[in-house]
Design a binder for this molecule. Structure first.
Ligand code: CUA
Length: 428
């Protein structure tokens, strides 16, 4: 059946419609009244044949003017009041809301259930449970529109936006892209299925995704070396811990307040210097712009959200070296370079080879360099110093660097350290 107003399928849909009806009703009433009066007066007081009449001089009527100024003002305040109240309700995400990450792309929608499942152009959600859709786009501006739920928000490349609602009716609903995004814009649709709680869980467990977003996020956490500075157990290492990070509120250097939401985490990864949490200025986090996609950041966020302190932190995840190499065929310098580049060793996270200062001193020109220690003494970086720095880093911290390096005793053999030293001699 043809309907002008779509079904009311979310909790706040009736309120949206009510306010819409009020505004439409007022508009219709005043349009009819004003235009009606205008037509009536035009006919009633029209100039008739042979009539000679001067227009009388009319002075203002204060009572009338006060009425027609105050009344519309009150009506506008009334509408604005409910507009603000309902808008606030729409933007408020309940604590128990489930999250679905949405990626728009010419010309389809993909939905990720925080790693538990991933779908394309179809979303299934349980009835009577609040849901939050976090939106981003891979290419151009799109807009996520579910008329039956009365929600609409742009999906913008390079940032996250969201819509949130509580579905109250089981059924199938349309999702449209409502921002012109290219020639197949009109076909960029998806189906939203609201089902019972039981049916939802059955659907969710139908088949396991190969790798969940949470797992991917955890792998990225290891791969990019985040673990060198951000613990998962609540302890502050070099940067703030990731435990209970999501939703955390605090103060930045400079005094501004922050809330660790999606966009805060995203910009902290891409441009860390823009917002440093108070008390964490000692180390300079490397910029990850260009090294991580928005989708990967979503996975990292999904992973961070699991760190609410209720589940024990798992042991180190092993990062494997991509290919098997016959080490005996390599020169010591080549072997040393491989040790440096092995992501599991994390050297690269803190020590650059191009002279830039990251968290630790650069390796460029390190061999034979004279370093000033935190205790004021001067040390020449020879083989013995390098070995000691690897096995017992806290014993000799270079001035100006945080005492942050983990010990590699038991992780690197004497031969490996010798190889690494040979390679370091060549980093100039
Ligand atoms: Cu996507 Cu229009």
């Amino acid at each position: 059946m043809f309907t002008i107003i779509p079904e009311q399928a979310s909790e706040f849909a009736p309120k949206v419609d009510w306010l819409n009806d009020v505004i439409t009703g007022l508009s219709v009433f005043f349009t009819v009244a004003i235009v009606g009066a205008m037509i009536y007066f035009a006919i009633r007081y029209r100039k008739r044949e042979g009539e000679k009449r001067d227009t009388p001089r009319i002075h203002g009527n204060n009572t009338l003017e006060i009425i027609w100024t105050v009344m519309p003002t009150l009506i506008c305040i009334y509408i604005a009041y409910y507009g603000v109240v309902y808008f606030h309700e729409m933007r408020h995400v309940p604590e128990d809301a489930m999250t679905v990450n949405v990626t728009a792309q010419k010309w389809n929608w993909t939905f990720d259930y925080e790693g538990r499942k991933s779908t394309s152009n179809e979303i299934v959600i349980p009835v009577n449970k609040p849901v939050k859709f976090v939106l981003t786009s891979r290419d151009v501006l799109h807009s996520f529109f579910v008329p039956a739920m009365r929600v609409k928000s742009d999906a913008v490349p390079g940032m996250y936006t969201y819509v949130s609602f509580k579905p109250v009716k089981v059924g199938d609903y349309h999702v449209f892209c409502t921002e012109y995004c290219g020639d197949l814009h009109s076909q960029m649709m998806a189906k939203l299925k609201v089902v019972s709680e039981d049916e939802y869980h059955r659907w969710l467990n139908e088949k396991e995704p190969e790798v969940s977003g949470v797992d991917k996020g955890k792998q990225i956490y290891k791969k990019l070396g985040c673990n060198a500075c951000h613990s998962l157990d609540g302890s502050a290492v070099i940067g703030p811990s990731f435990q209970k990070l999501f939703g955390r509120k605090g103060t930045l250097e400079g005094g501004a307040e922050y809330t660790a939401d999606e966009n805060y985490i995203r910009s902290s990864i891409l441009n860390p210097q823009g917002q440093i949490v108070q008390g964490f200025t000692a180390a300079k986090m490397p910029v990850f712009e260009g090294q991580i996609t928005d989708e990967e950041i979503m996975d990292v966020i999904s992973f961070i959200k699991t760190l609410d302190g209720t589940v024990p932190v798992e042991e180190e995840v092993q990062v494997e070296v991509a290919e098997e190499v016959d080490l005996s065929k390599l020169t010591p310098v080549e072997r040393g370079e491989l040790i440096y580049k092995n992501p599991a060793n994390l050297c690269q996270t803190c020590h650059s080879i191009d002279g830039s200062k990251v968290i630790g001193p650069t390796f460029k020109g390190i061999f034979g360099r004279e370093e000033k220690m935190a205790d004021g003494s001067q040390v020449v970086a020879d083989a013995a110093y390098i070995k000691e720095s690897i096995l017992n880093p806290m014993a000799q911290v270079v001035d100006g660097y945080p005492p942050a390096m983990p010990s590699f005793a038991g992780k690197l053999s004497d031969e490996q350290i010798a190889d690494l030293t040979e390679w370091l001699k060549t980093v100039k």
